[in-house]
Design a protein. Structure first.
Lengths: 429, 365
């Protein structure tokens, strides 16, 4: 495939609808849900659900078909002639998420879908598991899938996870004990819908990452309690909770990936690699969300400044540009740089190529860019930028999360550094 | 559809240029810099690659097609080798491309065959001026029409290969149309004075000169583009992309050099690359270089599609100038005291990188 930057036709067709959603059921309610934390943005949820249902159905169907043809999931399949089939799912997700986040990043996070739980199940689940856990997202009322990884004592260092999964040989059930925090959509998934939670637990803490496995917990499982709803700096529309597991029993088949631990042999990190695989998809999504916020802030700032007569001239030498014009151009350039890195990471995944490095690159750049752009926009608009009368101050608060979740900017920089240097975790801590 | 792979042809092209960069430019650049001269055979070997003829269609004696994107791919590989030699090798493009893009059919037929010869062409382009507030949309050099001739006056800077040039492309402010126009001037001619060799902060191997224009008379037919004149933006866009790509190559060279150095250089009992302070700098360099390359490619791709990409080219150029400077500076920093010594190339790369925003037309929008 040659170098090509053409936006695929189906994405162009979809973008008008997405833009309408962003304007009508998101942006309009931005301030309300920012100030009414823990209320749910039903205008958006109810509007988007039918669309998400059909997307989930198509995605499930594709995933099952892939399971049949190559025995495992994956974003692309190989035809008989050995030529790779290039899809466009990730790239259209990038466009979709960017526009929704332009509408409102907090509300976007409330999108009813299997989300990260779905991504994990699609990445490492069996066909039976896909059917059992994901079919619910193709029908009925709005539902949510959530992922629980972080614990009070384990943030970026996921190998320190203490939530324990033990097998009860008598009932052949997994018994979960522990506490998870910062679970996005946890309450929506477990209490407010018939959703699912993918929870990361260890079978043997001594094995570190090699002992970690993802487990699927369904809504209504006894022993699973939401203990806290967080109050946040931004993305306040988004549901963020703590969950405690007290002898929560789930069926044996709810483990994702290989239940066997290989102690004696070379330590495999299959479970952990499962998580990493979902990051390859989710990091570009987070980058896209960041860039949607950045574009919202930049467009608003540009339009507002234009009303004051400050515009970018069509052709002018450097020395004729004011500081504000320079700032605007720098923001445009940064936004484009991050956007192209994000598109590349998604397109590589669509092409079935490895994209871990590129996904982290996009995440680092987008997290940084959205933080500086939104802060600069607040600055450029003076008192109006700082005022809650406008959304710029909110966008700056919303933006910051993108440099934190799905791997902080530092962790992703570390991943990039290890990759380009060819270093292991031991060599570059 | 977003795809980022080179075609087989593009890969052959970049491999070929890369070999030239590795085997020839990287061997001679330091000596050339100190001697303030690129060995003749180096340029001849580069010219033999046929890069310029490959960018012209058969109608004009070439054997390929004009492509801004291919130009960018070539420029990155050359920039990876050495900036001075790249600029000398690409200098004829600064005359050929404007003729191809904006020339009349007669001008193309007359002048383009000059560039398809086996010998490096004796041509020179004169756009920059020796002023602080350089503005390519309103040049200080002037062109005044008198009947069938234009009279050129003014001063030009950074004219590569001026003493040998037999054909000049000189940009001046056309008073009649109040716009930047370009004139094909056959030299030597009355009133066209080649001044002293210039001295620069970097790329000292590149021979550039001042040019003084004193009532230089040019037949009206030699105004590029004839009655229609030129679209300066179109010309700036394509040269901007090439220079930006050159900057990407330069940045990549510095990044890779610093990366390998950091893996070998030990301090406190282990390679300095084991430290996040160093490793993170390298990671950021890698990210910025990739981002810039994508911006350059996108703008080039749009230009090849005939889309308006002036703003994209501007943003790419701005980024390329910034990133090349930041990366080469970081490379000097990672090498520490050694980076400051002329035994290593990074100090030269930093000096070279500083030129980009100047060369990019003082980064005009």
């Amino acid at each position: 495939m040659p170098i090509d930057f053409e936006v695929p036709e189906e994405i162009k067709n979809q973008s008008n609808l997405t833009q309408m959603v962003a304007e009508q059921v998101m942006r309009k309610y931005s301030r309300y849900y920012d100030e009414h934390e823990h209320e749910r943005p039903w205008e958006y949820i109810n509007f988007i659900w039918p669309f998400m249902k059909s997307m989930e159905a198509a995605s499930l169907k594709r995933s099952l078909r892939q399971s049949q043809s190559n025995g495992h999931g994956g974003p692309s399949s190989t035809h008989g002639n050995g030529k790779k089939k290039v899809g466009s799912f990730q790239v259209s997700m990038i466009h979709f998420i960017e526009t929704l986040s332009w509408g409102d990043a907090g509300i976007y996070l409330c999108t009813p879908s299997s989300a990260l739980a779905g991504a994990a199940i699609q990445a490492v689940g069996t066909p039976d598991q896909k059917e059992r856990f994901l079919d619910r997202f193709t029908q009925g009322d709005p539902k949510w899938g959530a992922m629980a990884m972080t614990e009070p004592h384990a943030g970026s260092d996921t190998s320190a996870i203490r939530t324990r999964a033990r097998l009860d040989p008598e009932t052949n059930e997994w018994v979960l004990n522990g506490e998870k925090i910062f679970v996005t959509n946890g309450k929506l998934a477990l209490e407010e819908s018939d959703g699912i939670l993918v929870v990361w637990a260890t079978l043997d803490p001594e094995l570190g990452r090699a002992g970690m496995r993802p487990f699927v917990v369904e809504a209504g499982t006894p022993g699973v309690t939401i203990t806290k709803q967080e109050h946040k700096l931004g993305i306040r529309a988004s549901d963020t909770v703590s969950i405690v597991f007290e002898d929560a029993r789930i069926p044996y088949d709810n483990i994702l990936g290989d239940p066997e631990l290989k102690k004696a042999e070379t330590k495999t990190e299959k479970g952990f690699k499962g998580a990493m695989k979902t990051f390859d998809a989710s990091r570009p999504w987070v980058a896209a969300s960041a860039l949607g916020i950045a574009r919202a802030a930049l467009e608003f700032t540009r339009d507002t400044l234009a009303e004051e007569g400050i515009t970018i001239p069509e052709a002018a030498p450097y020395h004729q540009l004011s500081a504000i014009q320079q700032d605007l151009l720098q923001m445009e350039a940064d936004l484009k740089a991050a956007w192209l890195l994000t598109i590349r990471a998604a397109a590589l995944m669509d092409a079935g190529e490895s994209n871990s490095l590129e996904a982290s690159m996009a995440k680092v750049k987008a997290g940084k860019v959205v933080t500086t752009i939104t802060q600069k926009c607040v600055e450029l608009l003076g008192p109006l930028g700082y005022s809650r009368e406008f959304l710029v101050e909110k966008w700056m608060r919303d933006a910051k999360i993108n440099d934190i979740f799905e791997g902080t900017g530092q962790i992703n920089t570390l991943i990039v550094a290890r990759r380009i240097l060819g270093y292991t975790r031991r060599e570059l801590k | 559809m977003y795809t980022f792979d080179l075609t087989d042809e593009q890969r052959m092209l970049t491999d070929m240029v890369r070999r030239y960069s590795d085997r020839i430019l990287r061997q001679v650049y330091r000596e050339a810099e100190e001697a303030r001269e690129i060995p003749r055979e180096v340029i001849e070997q580069g010219w033999e690659l046929g890069l310029l003829p490959a960018s012209l269609p058969e109608d004009y004696g070439g054997f390929g097609e004009y492509s801004v994107l291919n130009g960018a791919l070539i420029a990155e590989e050359l920039g990876y080798g050495d900036m001075a030699a790249s600029m000398e090798l690409l200098a004829p493009n600064l005359v050929a491309s404007p003729i191809y893009l904006c020339g009349t059919e007669a001008q193309k037929q007359t002048f383009l065959p000059l560039f398809t010869d086996v010998v490096y062409p004796k041509v020179a382009s004169a756009l920059l001026e020796p002023v602080v507030l350089f503005d390519p949309y309103h040049l200080r050099a002037t062109a005044r029409r008198e009947g069938d001739v234009y009279i050129l006056n003014g001063e030009k800077a950074m004219v590569i290969n001026a003493p040998e040039a037999e054909l000049f492309l000189i940009y001046a402010h056309d008073e009649e149309t109040d716009s930047t126009q370009a004139f094909l001037v056959q030299g030597p001619t009355t009133g066209l004075h080649v001044g002293d060799r210039e001295k620069w902060m970097g790329f000292n191997a590149l021979k550039t000169y001042r040019l003084r224009l004193e009532d230089v008379r040019v037949p009206a037919a030699n105004r590029l583009g004839g009655d229609a004149g030129i679209d300066i933006q179109r010309i700036l866009n394509s040269s901007r992309i090439a220079l930006s790509a050159l900057g990407v190559g330069l940045a990549k060279a510095a990044y890779e050099y610093a990366r390998e150095y950091a893996k070998e250089r030990e301090a406190f009992g282990e390679p300095i690359a084991h430290r996040q302070a160093i490793a993170f700098m390298l990671a950021e360099m890698a990210i910025d270089i990739d981002a810039t390359r994508l911006m350059v490619w996108e703008a080039a791709w749009k230009l090849d599609k005939g889309q308006n990409a002036t703003h994209d080219a501007y943003l790419a150029a701005r980024y390329a100038a910034d990133v090349a400077l930041k990366v080469t500076d970081g490379a000097v920093q990672i090498l520490g005291g050694h980076g400051y010594i002329r035994e290593h190339p990074v100090e030269l790369w930093l000096r070279n990188a500083r030129s980009l925003s100047t060369l990019l037309g003082a980064v005009t929008i």
